[in-house]
Design a binder for this molecule. Structure first.
Ligand code: ADP
Ligand code: ZN
Length: 746
């Protein structure tokens, strides 16, 4: 008997190429002649063992005996990745300039042997808190490394036990980073805890869909017609908040299922997954599989295989659900398509909107991008005819949109009596009292965590800042730490000024912790809880807070933008925004767009029940076009101004941006490498109409090689191919590949 043929394998490494291996005969199942494309394997690479995916037959011109054999093959019931996902993987790799192996690895079911429905979670101990409270410089026996300090800080700020996967993700820790040393030194406790995200029990009775109103019917019929054609069709469902977009999606899901096809439903946040899951399961029963990072490896694996085997025909989840291996894809929905959470920060740095678009087109499926505040990219696509626009202009049941009242905080600040400016304007304070007295609920948004935003020396004016990131340190009450929101390091609050030695320091500016206190002060009898990254990190906390708010056990929820996202709470009469402009100061060309979206979305949380709602927005920039347009709830006015600006300045959607970041252990090295890279790119890309800007200093990264320089490539959309081709060639050099990160803007 001859040996099975050679196979070509994409390995889960930044390696720019694929590898050919021998297949040990015992690895080929009865009835197979070789390993099928899409099969997962483990392969030797150098001296290590790596995960990989079989692409097809391998070729080798020399003596095949010199090739290494594959090491093992997991017991999968089918090749893990079907053909359409292999081609999606090729597209992701090309688009995001990452290796094919890493792109495919992100699509495969999670590896690992975790068997329980429980997640490994960590909790800080009293020793850990005491250790953090010692200044970094003291020669304590156990010196904390930078990452140790970041891990302990994160736990000190959190309530309860935090899943290790979440700590790794939030702090961008290296894959192999272990927590056992910190546990051995008793700084933290590790144990398995229930994930708290167990699927809701299957409802006994299916709920019937409500009768769609005229606008919903028109939109739904357009989607049904496109599905019936069995050809690709792209739609922008632009519907004001509370206009019932979800029912339009569900109608399309029903139509796709009737055709024997499958549907992907994407939402930007885990919290929204829970809401949508409840709804979808009650409508379609158990044919639903859920994907998001809050699940255990076992839960994700089960969801993967249920979809892969065709047992579940609806896949629902956050960003990564765009890779769910559903059969006969008919429909892809991106709810809240404008949301920044659809972009991923680690390789492969794909954007779910573009991946969904590619996948729908390849499958001849219908793509629906839904939003009350469409991204400029989606609006531009609707203007050029790449997407068909469907409009829902009214709220369900004729409910009015919440009235938005702007409060100019400049006079409020000037009139302050005490030494500190007021957190809540008289209008917002009165509104809160009124809403609670009427037995209703309120949301108050401030996009900044912690207690105080900065610590200032009253003698010389210096602001205490992070040594690494040069960002102002925020004072956190929980944990009693001065924390850098860039790198996550917390240190004891300084006792004197690092600049002049003065000992009169004052913490200024308001964060959600202080806001919660201020709201509780004016509403002494109300239950006021906080909903931000710090209070929702622990397993199950996010779901618990949302459940309690839905049941009315919490009257006021204070939080960051997390509370602005798509949640439907009928009891909310008032939404307050404490600093509408907090985001406008960021040096980001999307700052105005994000501010407009945030204000419109958060106002959209009010008045969704039987009784009307209002929104009070405090701002220092009442004339800014984004703030004005949001208060008028006028998307068209905002989009027109912003679109003109983007076109004039050459920003997306009129150009594609790609950020190339180099990392080095010292500033001079970073400077040199940045300059060399910029010259290389300039020489090759500038003649082809691509602008090369930089290198400019970039915020430091995690780990040791923290000094970064960033180069910005700006290309007309049609030239983006050339940019990608050169970047792929660049990453063909393994040394460059290791120290360069590429981030293509959507
Ligand atoms: P959007 O996503 O557009 O902000 P939702 O989809 O959350 O709005 O819908 C708002 C509310 O209206 C939800 O509570 C939903 O159940 C309800 N709803 C939607 N369509 C209808 C309808 N045709 N009849 C009655 N209620 C509806
Ligand atoms: Zn920092």
């Amino acid at each position: 008997m001859s040996d099975p043929p050679l196979v070509e394998v994409a390995v889960a490494r930044p390696a720019p190429r694929t590898f050919t291996y021998r297949t040990p005969p015992e690895m080929v199942a009865p009835g197979e002649t070789t390993l099928p494309p899409g099969a997962r394997v483990e392969a030797p690479l150098g001296r290590s063992r790596v995960r990989g995916v079989v692409l097809g037959p391998g070729t080798f011109s020399g003596d095949a005996g010199a090739l290494k054999p594959l090491l093992s093959r997991p017991e999968d019931p089918l090749p893990a990745l079907p053909a359409d996902l292999l081609s999606l993987g090729r597209w992701v790799a090309a688009e995001t300039v990452c290796s094919l192996g890493l792109a495919l690895d992100a699509m495969a079911p999670p590896a690992g042997s975790a068997s329980a429905r429980k997640l490994l979670c960590a909790r800080i101990t009293a020793e850990g808190i005491a250790r953090l409270a010692e200044p970094d410089a003291t020669p304590a026996a156990a010196r904390l490394s930078g990452d140790d300090r970041r891990i302990l800080t994160l736990l000190a700020l959190s309530e309860g036990a935090v899943p290790l996967v979440r700590i790794r993700g939030e702090l961008e820790l290296p894959r192999g980073r272990s927590f056992s040393r910190l546990a051995r030194e008793s700084f933290l406790d590790i144990r398995r805890e229930s994930a708290g995200l167990a699927p809701p029990p299957a409802p006994k009775q299916r709920s019937a869909p409500p009768e769609l109103n005229r606008e919903q019917r028109t939109a739904a019929d357009a989607l049904r017609a496109a599905l019936a054609s069995r050809e690709f069709g792209g739609f922008l469902l632009h519907g004001v908040t509370g206009s019932g977009k979800t029912e339009v999606y569900l109608d399309a899901v029903a139509a796709a299922l009737d055709q024997g096809r499958s549907a992907l439903l994407l939402v930007p946040e885990i919290a929204l997954t829970l809401e949508m899951e409840r709804l979808v399961r009650s409508r379609f029963g158990t044919r639903v599989a859920v994907f998001h990072s809050g699940l255990t490896a076992k839960q994700r694996r089960e969801a993967f295989w249920r979809v892969r085997k065709g047992e579940a025909r609806v896949a629902l989840g956050a960003r990564s659900a765009v890779f769910a291996p559903v059969r006969q894809l008919g429909l892809v929905v991106l709810d809240e398509e404008h949301d920044a959470a659809y972009g991923q920060d680690e390789a492969p740095r794909y954007h779910a909107r573009r991946a969904a678009w590619f996948r729908a087109r390849a499958a001849g499926a219908v793509l629906v991008l839904g939003s009350a505040t469409p991204s400029l990219e989606a609006t531009r696509a609707a203007q050029t005819g790449a997407l068909r626009r469907l409009r829902l202009t009214r709220r369900v049941g004729g409910r009015p949109l919440a009235a938005v009242e702007l409060v100019d905080m400049r006079p409020v600040l000037r009139e302050r009596r005490g030494p500190r400016p007021a957190v809540l304007s008289p209008l917002l304070a009165a509104g809160l009292r009124e809403a609670i007295a009427a037995g209703r609920q309120a949301l108050v948004l401030l996009n900044r965590r912690g207690y105080r935003a900065r610590i200032v020396c009253l003698r010389c004016g210096e602001v205490a800042s992070c040594e690494r990131c040069a960002l102002a340190l925020s004072l956190h009450r929980r944990g009693r730490l001065a924390v850098c929101h860039g790198c996550g390091r917390g240190t004891p609050p300084p006792g004197f000024c690092p600049g002049c030695g003065g000992d009169v320091l004052r913490a200024e500016g308001v964060g959600t912790e202080r806001l919660q206190e201020a709201v509780a002060e004016i509403l002494p009898d109300a239950r006021v809880e906080r909903f931000d990254r710090d209070t929702t990190r622990a397993a199950g906390e996010r779901a618990r807070l949302l459940r309690a708010f839905r049941r009315g056990e919490i009257e006021v929820l204070v939080g960051t933008q997390m509370i602005a996202k798509g949640l439907d709470f009928p009891g909310v009469a008032l939404v307050g925004v404490v600093a509408a402009d907090a985001g406008l100061g960021f040096p980001d060309f999307r700052a105005a767009e994000r501010t407009f979206q945030l204000l419109t979305q958060v106002a959209g949380r009010a008045g969704r029940g039987e009784v009307g709602g209002r929104s009070v927005v405090q701002t220092l920039n009442p004339e800014h076009y984004a703030v004005r347009a949001a208060s008028d709830q006028d998307y068209a006015a905002f989009a027109q101004t912003e679109m003109e600006l983007r076109e004039r300045l050459g920003y997306p959607p009129f150009a594609r941006l790609t950020f190339v970041t180099t990392t080095a252990p010292t500033p001079p090295l970073a400077e040199r490498e940045g300059r060399e890279l910029a010259e290389f790119l300039l020489e090759r890309l500038a003649p082809r109409g691509v602008e090369v800007l930089g290198p400019a200093p970039a915020p430091p990264g995690p780990g040791k090689a923290i000094h970064r320089r960033q180069i910005l490539l700006r290309a007309p959309p049609a030239r983006q191919r050339i940019v990608r081709r050169w970047l792929h060639r660049l990453l063909g050099d393994p040394v460059l590949a290791r120290r360069t990160a590429i981030h293509a803007d959507p």
